[in-house]
Design a protein around this ligand. Structure first.
Ligand code: 5GP
Length: 231
């Protein structure tokens, strides 16, 4: 239906100043939490909300594939020999042992994405966050830690997930306490009491971090070039 024009509504919209395109480096977003704190859900929702600007880093691991997991999407499931080969070749940006299995972050996709101004989301533990803070991309790093509202709630979530046996749940509860003890290593620490609210906080962090001067200067097409056009 065509809306009637009123005197309050001009026939032609006034011109809107276009936001100039200023290039930036991508963010290396690390999301850590004890398992069961909702990190996987938050990651998936952030990827949906920020697609295609944010891509997920797919780790390699020697752990067994769980039901519902997709090889090459959730993880690349490889054996010890292949893991050690990748690590020794320097193909992993960081690697760690978690719950008796080896995990590592492939370097190549990250290098490419950051240079092209795309953000990469990493679901890795505190050891990975520490290693990255000492690595070549430390200036691109944004470390976010997600806490559960309580340990009781974490236990309930792990049981409800029903993917692991009772003794694995107990092991993961012990692991959770240890993971939580590293909260000070992170730039941002959030409590995931409600997914939508926590996601909104993560998005606010990501959107603000993208605007930091150092991410947008010193690169072709970045702030230096734009400011030069202002005379
Ligand atoms: P899960 O086996 O439950 O998927 O993951 C166990 C833990 O390993 C989680 O805390 C997860 O964040 C961590 N993790 C997954 N991939 C990596 C990785 O590439 N590097 C490191 N350091 N930790 C990882």
């Amino acid at each position: 239906m065509k809306m009637a024009e009123t005197s309050a509504m001009p026939a032609v919209a006034p011109p809107v100043a276009r936001v100039p395109l200023i290039r930036r480096r991508g963010l290396l977003i690390v999301l850590s939490s004890p398992s069961g704190a909702g990190k996987t859900t938050i990651s998936k929702k952030l990827l949906e909300a920020e697609s295609p600007m944010v891509q997920m880093s797919v780790s390699v691991t020697t752990r067994r594939q769980r039901p519902g997991e997709i090889n090459g999407v959730d993880y690349s499931f490889i054996d010890r020999a292949d893991f050690e080969r990748l690590r020794d070749e320097g193909a992993l940006l960081e690697n760690a042992e978690v719950f008796g299995h080896a995990y590592g972050t492939p370097a190549a996709p990250i290098t490419a994405a950051l240079e092209q101004g795309r953000d990469v989301l990493l679901d890795i533990d505190w050891q990975g966050a520490q290693a990255l803070a000492a690595g070549p991309f430390k200036n691109d790093l944004v470390r976010i830690f997600i806490l559960p509202p309580s340990l009781d709630e974490l236990h309930r979530r792990l049981e409800r997930r029903n993917q692991d046996s009772a003794d694995v749940v107990e092991k993961r509860m012990q692991g959770a306490r240890h993971e939580i003890s590293h909260w000070r290593d992170y730039d941002y620490v959030l409590v995931n009491a409600e997914v939508a609210a926590c996601l909104a906080e993560v998005q606010a962090i990501v959107r603000t971090e993208r605007l930091r001067r150092e991410r947008r200067s010193g690169i072709p097409g970045g702030l230096d070039d734009f400011v030069a056009t202002l005379g």
